[in-house]
Each structure stands twice: as C-alpha cells, then as structure tokens.
Write a protein of this length. Sequence first.
Length: 178
Amino acid sequence: MDQHDPPSHADGQIAEPGARLRVRPLVSADLPDLIRIDRESYTPELRESEAAFLSKLVLFRAGALGCFDGDQMCGYAFALPWKAGTLIGVAQVLDALPADPDVMYVHDMVAAPACRRRGVASTLLGEIARVAEALHLSRFELVAVQGSEPFWRQAGFQAVETFEYVPGVAATKMEMTV
Ligand SMILES: CC(C)(COP(=O)(O)OP(=O)(O)OC[C@H]1O[C@@H](n2cnc3c(N)ncnc32)[C@H](O)[C@@H]1OP(=O)(O)O)[C@@H](O)C(=O)NCCC(=O)NCCS
C-alpha cells in the first residue's frame, strides 16, 4: 500500500445518493470500459490514454474509482493528493505523487452519457471527499471543461479563472475548501 493510500471505504459499498449505484476502486481490467466512456464523453483534444489512466490507477488506487449499476460501469473518477496550484495535463502520464500534498486534485470525472443526471458524479465525488478526509486534505482543485461548471458549483466549488487548457479548449480552474 502506498503511503498516501487511506483505508478503502469503497469496496462493496452501496453509495448515496444514487441508491442502486456502487463505487469501487478501479482495476486494470476496467480499462476497456474507461476508454469507451472516455471516447463517448470527451472531445478528441480532451481524451486520456491507456498509459495515463494506468499511471493514476497504480499511483493512487484509492482515488481511482468506478461507479457501477450491477455490472455496468456508469462513470469513473480519478483524484490524487497533489500540490496546490499545479495542473495535471490531459493524458499526462504521472510517475510519482508529491511528497507533501496539500490538495485533493480531481483530474477526471465522467458519467457515461446514458447514466447522466442520476447522481453518478455526485456519488463519486462523495467517495473522493471521504478519501480526502482520511488524508486530512480539506482543499480540492480541478479544471472544469465542456460546460461542467454547473455540476461543480452545485457541489460547492468556486471558479478561480478561465484559461486555455489545451489549444482551443476553454476551461475553468475551480477550487473548494471544506
Ligand atoms: C459533468 C458530469 C460529470 C455530471 O455527471 P452526472 O452524473 O450527470 O451529475 P449528477 O447526476 O451527480 O448531477 C448532480 C447535479 O449537478 C448539476 N448538473 C449536473 N449536470 C449538469 C448539467 N449538464 N447542466 C447543469 N447542471 C448539471 C445538477 O444540479 C444535478 O442535480 P439534478 O440532476 O438533480 O438537477 C457529466 O455531465 C459528464 O460526464 N460530462 C462529460 C464529461 C465531462 O465533461 N466531465 C467534466 C470534467 S471537468
């Protein structure tokens, strides 16, 4: 277990608010579903690679979470203990976690198109919040893309600035302290 891994709360848990939704840490066998949902959900400039997914899964499995309805993956999220003000790029392959993290960085949050507005992302964010709390991280940062700001705002995040995340793709840096 990595020094940053908190005890997992996710295995086998029925998570609220989506009553039928179950959250568990991702495994490498989930990669085909991750790639499929990523391709269904992001414009080409914002798509991850298998190597990028795997690097985050290996570095911090407690923050690599899938949301399932039965056997069907409905969404996933990747969050890592990170350094405030330091962005993670699209499809960036990570090789280490910071030694002294001070934020929980939510790098990816996706609900499959057929599963939206059912609480999938809210359920995943609730689990990320539990992981952050176990690590005593009270600050969250992320880059909102594709018009997702309303989701993040209703969850408590505030916009910090807009910028170009990748060429031609507008994004909003957002943060929250709990
Ligand atoms: C953004 C996204 C993750 C939200 O996932 P979701 O599972 O549908 O979100 P939830 O069901 O938990 O939504 C909770 C609340 O957030 C708000 N919300 C969610 N999606 C919204 C949207 N498209 N427009 C406005 N408000 C939205 C609503 O208040 C919603 O509550 P309600 O359904 O009772 O009105 C999803 O639309 C998605 O995967 N988009 C494509 C990938 C992407 O761009 N991800 C963002 C990366 S930063």
